[in-house]
Design a protein around this ligand. Structure first.
Ligand code: ZN
Length: 171
């Protein structure tokens, strides 16, 4: 089932998400719905707070890097590689993009839907997406990491999205 994707301006996006204590049928349903919603919008990743559920779960799939479909529950990042600047966007910010400095490689640890704890080393766009989605779980949004100059360029667009988000509009 498709879920609504909240827009920048909705206060749920700023909350710190809570740990998931058990893989219940509701958690499985949430993950399946989030994957469906992510594919529908051609996104590379989607975090639970973006569909209005403040839990530590995100899904991702980076087609360019071999369709590595992941459901990550209670994820944490271990080792981080050197920083690189990369272009970025977000489903909660229609029409907004900018360059963000991210680690080019990260090791991520997470629980999968079977309840097993896994560890994986990722690089490139997958590493970028992991860091972007992890930020969502702490209420951090990619625009927080844009340069002052870029934010100034985007000011009108950001204001327009925020107004829609505050009114509870979604995509
Ligand atoms: Zn995002």
């Amino acid at each position: 089932m498709l879920r609504n994707v909240l827009l920048f301006g909705d206060e749920i996006l700023r909350r710190k998400a809570a740990e998931i204590s058990a893989i219940t049928p509701e958690v499985r349903r949430l993950a399946a719905d989030m994957l469906e919603t992510m594919y529908y919008h051609d996104g590379l990743g989607l975090a639970a707070p973006q569909v209005g559920v403040p839990l530590r779960l995100f899904v991702m799939d980076v087609p360019r890097e071999g369709h590595d479909k992941l459901v990550c529950i209670n994820p944490v990042v271990g080792e981080r590689g050197p920083m690189r600047r990369m272009d970025e966007g977000c489903l909660s910010f229609p029409g907004v993009t900018g360059t963000v400095a991210r680690a080019a490689e990260v090791t991520i640890e997470f629980t999968d839907l079977s309840g097993a704890r896994r560890s994986r080393k990722v690089a490139g766009v997958t590493a970028q997406a992991v860091q972007h989605e992890l930020d969502h779980l702490d209420g951090v949004l990619f625009v927080d990491r844009l340069s002052v100059a870029r934010k100034a360029v985007l000011a009108a667009k950001l204001r327009a999205v925020r107004q829609r988000g505050r009114r509870g509009e979604h995509r």
